[in-house]
Design a protein around this ligand. Sequence first.
Ligand code: ASP
Length: 309
Amino acid sequence: MSGWTLAIHGGAGTPPAAELTPAREAAYREGLLAALAAGRAVLEGGGTALDAVAEAVRSLEDCPLFNAGRGSALTAAGRVEMDAAVMDGAAGRAGAVAAVTRIRNPVAAARRVMERTPHVLLVGPAADAFAAAEGLATEEPAWFVTAHRRAQLAAAAGRVALDHDLPGSMGTVGAVARDAAGRLAAATSTGGMTGKRDGRVGDSPLIGAGTWADGTVAVSCTGTGEAFIRCAAAHEVSALMRLGGLGLRAAAERVVLGRVPESGGQGGLVAVDAAGAAALVFGTAGMHRGLLRAGGAPEVAILRGPGEP
Ligand code: ASP
């Protein structure tokens, strides 16, 4: 398959039925379409998979509907602590930030870590300071906290909850792409789980857990982060394909419907392989998701569609 492929997610979960009003659904769809358009602009212009996933995720971070950037889920203490990662499968390079509180677009900081340091992961105040020194936009921590998220934290009533399982849910965001030259890349960004402890880091910024790209497949995950970490979910998709001989869809389903629940959680992932095939797989009632191929029309969905496994 030639041409390019872009798949995105805006988080997996089981939104309470009353939550997904037509107006809300329309707003989510708009956010997902905007992210696909951002990625399309890069890929149509002959840009790289890495640029495309970075732009798609930036667009989702900028949309307060999703659990990334401003509007992120709150920790038990009512703070925003964000995690993000990028991986360039063609070059075998990766960068990430975790528990950052001031970076407007954490995915941009993750990319700077990859490109401008010898490291893979920077965390906490030092990562915030690195981003500022790099000239990236920063804000006061209170800027990221929305009234909506305060209400959601109150509704969690002491539980640690997956975003889309709560009233007023939104979601972690991610993107995977294969560009016209066959390069693969993945990016993921999140505020993590509502009611998490300060200092808790989920799967999203951990290379191999929530984010992975190599020459075989690019993967971005969403769900109960601890379970994805325990089974190295994103890398497991690649291992099942490279070493286990599974096809993309079978590998993604083995991880999402097998390894993740066995590891004590639930969620979904989006993945694109070297041939440009895509899999958008989830074990929850829904996953905000979108798919676009060269020359095609954008497809976005939230709940499980008829005929979807
Ligand atoms: N995986 C994210 C985390 O555990 C949460 C999510 O996907 O909504 O931090």
